[in-house]
Design a protein around this ligand. Structure first.
Ligand code: GLA
Length: 395
């Protein structure tokens, strides 16, 4: 008896390892793509998704590295008599496989959304009790990325629920990125990697504004302005790395609630955080200024640096901050941030960046695309109100 129990255990273990290998090399750099929620919420359709995939190619976003086209909540309406999830036939008349095929035909990848509980946040059918059935269905549709939300989960254990979904995805035989959307409540940075999550939300939802938190209509806390999200990332940097990222939520760049200067701050800091870069605006009619933010290849290279180190706040004085991220070649990408209402000088000292004071380093501006020369001991710049200066410091 004892012998056969250990054989069983051994098999289960090997099985888990084998399954795990299906998804082993996913998201070695933070995922880049687009998601429907921030702009369209429940007004999502096959036409919108197809045209957004087209726009991702035409706008130059694909060339800049964006690849996932992700349908968020409200694509699903019910389950059939066998329990299979059913896409909204009005909004997705050709079904989800056709959407995935189209996205793949453009050389892009396909993402969908579901929820670990009985219903999604918008009240559509959730995945609870259907994890393996759904995973097989997603794999058959060609899904490459699953965002798995946390509404209506009552007494469920978060770690166990996400581990279960990862096991289901792996059992489908298709490599599928697992985006844990648990909002940080159960500290997913402590267990997200262990359960095979590739990214995990660290906070409640982002809203398209510079700062502050707003309560939801039911009185619960909160949607977060961009800086409120930023502040909640402090101290989490050591949990991120290749294949497993902290997710400070999707981008609001281009959605109209912030100035272009503020959107540059948003994008630069998300790159310093090695955050997933999931655009959330309408890609079909971007102003050139917005397209230039989302496709700034020098800033994207900071986000996508293969070392996979998340940056951190290294200095702060009132409204002024310095954020830095170590890159594989030993250089540092640095953001000088001014949260205040008047232009001010901000200084990054070599000591704060982890370099000896006497070192001479070249400084390159990642928004002006310009070498600024050699500097000793520190670099200072005038930073606009609600603005950043972003540089690369290379000893
Ligand atoms: C939650 C998530 C959002 C979005 C909505 C959809 O609020 O955090 O990102 O997916 O649900 O209902």
């Amino acid at each position: 008896m004892i012998a056969s129990a250990s054989v069983l255990l051994l098999c289960a273990c090997l099985g888990a390892q084998e399954n795990n290998s299906v998804s082993r090399d996913l998201a070695l750099t933070p995922p880049m793509g687009w998601n429907s929620w921030n702009k369209f919420a429940c007004s999502v359709s096959e036409d919108t998704i197809r045209s957004m995939a087209d726009a991702m190619v035409k706008s130059g976003m694909k060339d800049a590295g964006y690849q996932y086209v992700n349908v968020d909540d409200c694509w699903q309406v019910s389950r059939d008599v066998s329990g299979n999830i059913v896409a909204d036939p009005q909004r997705f008349p050709h079904g989800m496989k056709a959407v995935g095929d189209y996205i793949h035909s453009l050389g892009l990848k396909f993402g969908v959304y579901s929820d670990a509980g009985s219903k999604t946040c918008a009240g559509r059918p959730g995945g609870l009790g259907h994890e393996y059935q759904d995973a097989i269905q997603y794999a058959a549709w060609g899904v490459d990325y699953l965002k798995y939300d946390w509404c209506n989960t009552t007494t469920q254990d978060a770690k166990a629920s996400y581990a279960n979904m990862r096991a289901a995805l792996d059992a489908s035989g298709r490599a599928i990125v697992l985006s844990i959307c648990e909002w940080g409540t159960a500290k997913p940075w402590l267990w997200g990697k262990e359960v095979g999550g590739n990214l995990w939300r660290t906070t409640g939802d982002i809203s398209d504004k510079w700062a502050g938190q707003t309560k939801w209509p039911d009185g619960s806390c909160c949607s977060n302005g961009m800086l409120a999200i930023l502040d909640q990332q402090v101290g989490l940097q050591s949990y991120a790395g290749p294949g497993h990222w902290n997710d400070p939520d999707m981008l609001e760049v281009g959605n109209g609630g912030m100035s272009d200067t503020e959107y540059r701050v948003h994008f630069s800091l998300w790159a310093i955080l090695a955050a997933p870069l999931i655009a959330g605006n309408d890609l079909r009619n971007m102003r050139p200024e917005i397209r230039d933010i989302l496709t700034n290849k020098e800033v994207i290279a900071v986000d996508q640096d293969p070392l996979g180190r998340e940056g951190e706040r290294v200095w702060r004085n009132g409204d002024l901050e310095v954020w830095a991220k170590q890159l594989r070649d030993g250089s540092r990408s640095v953001v000088l941030l001014n949260r205040g209402s008047a232009e001010q000088e901000v200084t990054a000292s070599w000591e704060d960046l982890g370099y000896p004071d006497h070192v001479s380093a070249s400084v390159h501006d990642l928004w002006q695309h310009k070498d600024l020369g050699k500097f000793n001991g520190k670099f200072s710049a005038q930073v606009a109100s609600h603005g950043i200066v972003m540089v690369m410091v290379m000893p």
